[in-house]
Design a protein around this ligand. Structure first.
Ligand SMILES: [Zn+2]
Length: 99
């Protein structure tokens, strides 16, 4: 589980869930009361998620997969992303610019 960069206290999954999807919002540590921000490298990796959806469409066309099955695959991918992204968060002390 990701930890606070100020005091090394591990964040809870419940704290990280909104933090992972709102990259401009800091996360307040309940132990040291300091704010941490998502790292620039993690923000860049999160943008790669957008390429999953065109890839799914290409796979559908390539293998002629029925729409119903693609719909289920799409839902599974979206749900897996929503719940796994908080575990990949790397909090930093300062808000890093993307470039
Ligand atoms: Zn802390």
């Amino acid at each position: 589980m990701p930890t606070c960069p100020h005091c090394q206290e591990p964040f809870t999954y419940k704290q990280l869930l909104p933090f992972a999807w709102k990259p401009r919002v800091g996360i307040l540590c309940t132990n040291c009361q300091n704010t941490s921000y998502n790292s620039a490298s993690m923000k860049k990796k999160a943008t790669l998620i957008l390429f999953i959806f065109p890839t799914l469409v290409m796979l559908k066309e390539l293998f002629n997969i029925p729409f119903q099955i693609m719909y289920i695959i799409f839902l599974v991918v979206v749900i897996a992303l929503i719940f796994s992204l908080p575990l990949a968060v790397k909090p930093t002390k300062e808000e890093e610019p993307l470039w």
